[in-house]
Design a protein around this ligand. Sequence first.
Ligand SMILES: [Zn+2]
Length: 341
Amino acid sequence: MKTRSFLFVLAKISVISTMIFSGWLYIFCQEVRPPIKKGIPKGSKIIDGDILVAEDFHPKVATAWKVSFWPNGVVPYFWGESVSEDEKPKMWAAMREWEHVANIDFQEYEGTPAVTDYFIRIESGDKNHSYVGRIYMAHELMIANWDDKYKICHELGHALGFYHEQSRADRDNYVTIVEENIQPGEFDPNFIIPDDVNSYGPYDFKSVMHYNQCEFNVCEPHWCMPCADGVYRPSIRVKPGYEQWQDTIGQRNYLSFWDKRVMSFLYSQSSWIFFDVAGGYKDTDFPEGSFLYPYTSFNQDMAATVPEGGVAWIQPGSYASAGVYSRAMRIIAPLGGVILR
Ligand SMILES: [Zn+2]
């Protein structure tokens, strides 16, 4: 079989000029920033406004929608040549937001990337976009809004495995997608609910991963309150009873409580063990007792897997748990509705 090889060009672009002055040879190395990066990587396309996927991808193809997470929360990253020194601390500040709430460690990639490596290549460009989860080698994360820390957090949220909040299967109970206010041709694939998308906790209007109410609406250049003709045409309208959230959706000012909690579960502490009588997501790629592959019963045997002083996170349900427990642990039922009998 023929092996395909990829060549990564890592050389900085520099202009080297020489001049003779007073008998001495001076070499000037002047770093020149390349023109702003535009467009999307070859072989990819954008869905949902800022999510990069393979060209032949469709969100209704369930097998292609499966997210790969970063083992042990270690996320190697590599600076593309388009990123300036001024921009790097802005990325670090956004990375720290996620590192602060979950077992995540962004690590600057050292050396020359190999074909078999997984890492994020950060670029500066005219768009914000990212792939979802861990993508083999060529994971480009592009930022245009460098002065907007939580827009960077949003893209990092994708890179860590988050989709958009309004992609949840239950979103039609909370928001109405107003199709007549959406630009022609933008409903699919920017507003459909993908197959097999997982969600946790209450619908989160405050999520940093939610679209704003004007996303893809017909009032270009992109605001709907009101359109140029004075009419308000939101692409997303919250359902009656939730009106107080209409102006909140799409916020990019903070990570919400549930953004932080779910990320902390996906990249959890080693002393945390998860229990879900309903079986949770049953993703056997993960170790038993993890958030995505929880134990389905809470009894003495299962409880013994919680480290001394650790936390047992229990999903709603009734668990046969009678017995004598000698190990100290905290039991937390974040969504309530748990009976230990
Ligand atoms: Zn996004």
